[in-house]
Design a protein around this ligand. Structure first.
Ligand code: GDD
Length: 300
């Protein structure tokens, strides 16, 4: 297989970790950032990459409630265009789609596994269910090597500031430095299965190395509330979260996903994948990085 990879969304958290992993393995890595549908076609035609990782998306759940149309267009049509280009111009390309635990939504079982029915609770979740269906349909109709990774929440010091984990850890650093007193959050009750993004990109690569294309849940198997995350993050710098977290209902969602907890037995067994960072280590890694980043002036 050609050691050329194309990553859409390469400037995002996952794209950056994945690019590093592939470069370490001797790949020639090409990245795409917000390209038009026409240019996708000519790029796939020209590159004919051995692997294509489709990570680009409108991935912020809150925003998807405000603009469902653009979320659908980016996440559904964007995926369809890329897959169509591969089918027509480079059918040997192995394709990875960034599916998500958000597809389970109001789930009928916990933990969630590959066979758990989807019940998305946001336009973002709906768009990813449709993307997942498109990928499976191209696999079944055109015999493409197309996989979906159903990744549970994965975080890191490179996480965007709009997601709750980074919002909390960056605020902890600013509060500790005396630059602000409080952080306003929404619902503290939802539970998520939070892992480390650096671990999760390894699973993406492993999926494309298998004999057959398939879909896999990637998760730690642990679940914690937003409150748990805040408590640990503030405790890391010797502060009590109750003194600094205020609730602002503007951050509540019209429909919430209450509990996500993944059963990644299939990925562990078939891919030989295991996460290396647990919840406490993840929180501490992010707080420590933000404390250092603030001290070094990398963010304000
Ligand atoms: N963003 C945000 N901001 N979320 C908050 C806040 C806040 O101020 N306060 C509470 N929350 C709660 C949200 O309501 C949600 O239940 C939880 O914190 C996590 O929110 P996010 O960090 O925005 O992530 P997400 O779970 O909605 O979605 C992320 O994970 C998915 C995988 O399950 C995103 O990365 C998605 O793109 C990804 O697919």
């Amino acid at each position: 297989m050609s050691k050329t990879a194309l990553i859409t969304g390469i400037t995002g958290q996952d794209g950056s970790y994945l690019a590093e992993l592939l470069l370490d393995q001797g790949y020639e890595v090409h990245g795409m950032v917000r390209r038009s549908h026409a240019s996708i076609f000519s790029l796939v035609d020209k590159l004919k990459p051995g692997e294509c990782y489709h990570l680009a998306a409108q991935s912020f759940v809150n925003y998807s409630f405000e603009d469902a149309f653009s979320t659908f267009d980016t996440n559904i049509n964007g995926t369809l265009h890329l897959l169509s280009s591969i089918k027509d111009r480079s059918p040997g390309t192995r394709f990875y789609f960034a599916a998500t635990s958000e597809m389970f939504g109001k789930s009928s079982e916990t933990p969630q596994r590959e066979s758990t029915p989807f019940h998305p609770r946001s336009p973002y979740g709906i768009s990813k269910v449709t993307g997942f269906d498109v990928v499976r349909n191209f696999r079944e109709s055109y015999n493409l090597f197309a996989c979906s990774g159903i990744l549970f929440n994965h975080e890191s010091p490179r996480r965007g500031f709009e997601f709750v984990t980074r919002k909390i850890t960056s605020s902890v650093a600013r509060i500790k430095a005396g630059l602000q007193q409080t952080v306003a959050l929404g619902n503290l009750e939802p539970r998520r299965d939070w892992g480390f993004a650096g671990d999760y990109v390894r699973a993406m690569k492993l999926m494309l190395e298998q004999q057959e294309p398939d879909d896999y849940v990637v998760a730690t198997g642990e679940t914690h509330s937003v409150r748990d995350f805040a408590e640990l993050a503030f405790a890391r710098v010797g502060l009590d979260w109750k003194d600094h977290v205020v609730i602002d209902e503007r951050f509540y969602r019209p429909a919430e996903v209450a509990v996500l907890q993944g059963d990644s037995s299939k990925a562990r067994k078939k891919l030989g994948w295991t996460p290396t960072v647990n919840f406490k280590q993840l929180v501490e890694m992010m707080v420590d990085a933000d404390m250092a980043g603030l001290a070094e002036g990398r963010f304000r």
